[in-house]
Design a protein around this ligand. Structure first.
Ligand code: NDP
Length: 290
């Protein structure tokens, strides 16, 4: 046909934003969701409701999944796996790189292609070229569908390994949730002292604003294994994070997050690194993970 078309499976907040973006750009969109009623609003806007997963697959070569995790994919596709041949499954759900590699293999064994996508955007940013989705998987398949995928967000193709886009995604989400929780922890301490989120905002913004410069400074050092304590020493860091834990306790706020940080600092000191930079802690983390 002359109209571009796509199937979207999964109508959570993210999938719904994706369907809206495709409809807005004039795509013929076939939708399927476990809870069928979530498709209603889109049918009235011109989307096609597939009544079965089989129908959803049959409608288009390109099938986008937006689900809670990769187990949801198996829950949906396992029973129709003989209908997967020739399909391009673009999975925009979150999971671990190993889970993703297994899923790519599972699909390849059923003669389907798999592309991994890690969406670095909130639902309201879908349809906006400035937000980015990380992709990996077969480059020819990615190139063949890039135009359609770029209806959703800009794209950043990381390579053939299906796990790679997910790895890049998860290392950013690692920072995201930890920083967001540290923000909530600091806000709880602030509030316990009568300071509002609004009053805190310029101050928390300021500390986050200084971070990229700090990372730029430490990047070449960390890459070359240089943990020299010429700017700051781990012993100073230990004293400093202790004060954060004490301030939290004085405020009657759960200190488990700064206490976890303190614990890693203590292990660095115990390993004889009091005079090194706090960046030596990456070696401590590496050891405890092994
Ligand atoms: P949701 O967890 O709300 O997505 C739920 C979707 O998965 C629904 O369609 C749900 O169906 C379906 N689902 C879950 N379990 C199953 C199952 N066992 N069988 C069939 N279908 C199942 O997530 P979002 O829409 O918010 O996000 C989708 C993905 O995008 C997630 O991986 C998320 O990490 C990622 N993401 C989300 C962002 C956000 O801000 N929301 C931002 C960036 C990435 P049903 O409706 O029937 O329950």
């Amino acid at each position: 046909g002359s109209r571009s078309s796509v199937t979207v499976i999964g109508l959570g907040p993210m999938g719904r934003a994706m369907v809206s973006a495709f409809l807005k750009r004039g795509y013929e969109v076939t939708v399927w969701n476990r809870t069928s009623s979530k498709a209603d609003e889109f049918v009235s806007k011109g989307a096609i409701r597939a009544s079965t997963v089989n129908e959803a697959l049959a409608s288009n070569e390109l099938v986008i999944l937006s689900l809670t995790d990769y187990d949801s994919m198996y829950a949906i596709l396992e029973s129709v796996s003989e209908k997967l041949s020739g399909k391009v499954i673009v999975n925009l759900s979150s999971d671990s790189p190993e889970k993703v590699r297994e899923a790519a293999k599972w699909l390849n064994e059923r003669r389907a292609w798999h592309l991994t996508g890690g969406v670095l955007a909130s639902p309201s940013e879908i349809g906006n070229k400035e937000s980015i989705t990380l992709y990996s998987g077969p480059s020819a398949i990615f190139e063949a569908h890039r135009k359609t995928l770029e209806v959703l967000t800009g794209t950043d193709y990381k390579g053939e390994d299906p796990g790679l886009a997910m790895l890049y995604y998860q290392i950013q989400i690692d920072v995201f949730w930890t920083v967001m929780l540290s923000y909530l922890h600091a806000l709880a301490v602030a509030r316990a002292n009568g300071i509002t989120a609004k009053q805190f905002l310029p101050y928390v913004s300021e500390i986050l604003f200084t971070m990229p410069k700090l990372l730029e400074f430490y990047t070449p050092r960390v890459d070359s294994g240089m943990y020299h304590g010429d700017v700051e020493k781990l012993a100073m860091g230990l004293a400093s994070i202790k004060h954060v834990v004490h301030t939290s306790k004085e405020a009657g706020v759960d200190a488990s997050l700064p206490a976890a940080v303190l614990d890693v600092f203590k292990r660095g000191i115990a390993s004889g690194h009091a005079d090194d930079s706090f960046t030596i802690l990456i070696e401590i983390l590496k050891m405890s993970g092994a």
